[in-house]
Design a protein. Structure first.
Length: 127
């Protein structure tokens, strides 16, 4: 029977820093939001627009939310009294998830045409 050596407990602060805030980690949220922002220039009108599109506004809001938490990682890792829950982290991830979930719809509404096709009626009236 194999035994596993004792491992040090995982430091949640380090995990969150790596997964959320490490700009050099392609799997981090910071890295992905930076890519979304950079790719907005490749969307139609990206080079000539002067006002933010809804897509750019949503990505900017997600970036602002993320940056607001990067300096307060202690708030994300604080355990609520008596409940042993990470309420700050739960709130942050819920807000970020709802915000990011709007991106596909925003892109679709902005860059794709949504028309109901008009089909000729099957009613043929012969006079």
């Amino acid at each position: 029977m194999r035994t596993h050596p004792a491992q040090a407990p995982i430091d949640l602060r380090l995990v969150l820093d790596f997964l959320l805030f490490d700009a050099n980690n392609p799997r981090s949220l910071t890295y992905q939001l930076d890519r979304l922002k950079a790719h907005s220039k490749n969307l139609p009108g990206g080079q000539t627009r002067h006002a933010l599109t809804e897509y750019e506004r949503v990505v900017g809001e997600a970036n602002a939310l993320l940056k607001s938490k990067s300096s307060d990682i202690d708030q994300l890792t604080a355990v609520s009294a008596g409940a042993k829950n990470y309420d700050g982290l739960d709130d942050f991830l819920s807000r970020m998830g709802r915000l990011l979930a709007t991106i596909p719809d925003v892109l679709s509404k902005t860059y794709f045409k949504h028309e109901v096709p008009h089909f000729p009626s099957n009613d043929v009236h012969l006079s």
